[in-house]
Design a protein around this ligand. Structure first.
Ligand code: PRP
Length: 134
């Protein structure tokens, strides 16, 4: 999932010691805002079909769950053999839609976080760590 997951994805795939293919899609519900608009827009679709494939969605953060819920519905309709979710961060207190997270890095409280791929007004994705706004 671009853009936020690109650094997590890069580290994650280098820790996987088996044949994997990678593809990218972009969905945005935030734009430049720090709050989700609630409307999800598909900005870039996958290049490869996923029917009959074992698919893991890689997300940087699950907040309301709206983005991931949209994505799960979109990709389930393409009939992969399995569809799982790996997320670096989750804010369960913000959830509006229940979504499965099969592989989770960290549960965090409701603070605005950025760095390591996550943006602050599109900047700071390049910070080599995650931090929160004071
Ligand atoms: C962020 C993040 C998730 C989504 C989570 O993406 O990368 O995809 O929001 O929020 P939600 O659970 O409330 O839907 P964003 O729309 O900011 O785009 P980006 O990945 O390009 O930063």
């Amino acid at each position: 999932m671009l853009n936020g997951a690109f650094i997590f994805m890069a580290d994650l795939v280098r820790a996987i010691d088996m044949p994997v293919t990678m593809d990218f899609l972009a969905v945005s519900s935030y734009g430049n805002a720090q709050q989700s608009s609630g409307e999800v827009e598909l900005l870039k679709d996958l290049r490869m079909p996923i029917a009959g494939r074992q698919v893991i969605i890689v997300e940087d953060i699950v907040d309301t769950g709206i983005t991931l819920n949209y994505l799960l519905r979109l990709l389930e309709a393409r009939q992969p053999t399995s569809l799982k979710v790996a997320a670096l961060l989750s804010k369960p207190s913000r959830r509006k839609v229940e979504v499965p997270i099969h592989y989770l890095g960290f549960e965090i409280e409701d603070a605005f976080v950025y760095g390591y791929g996550l943006d602050r007004g599109q900047f700071d994705r390049n910070l080599p760590f995650i931090t929160s706004q004071a």
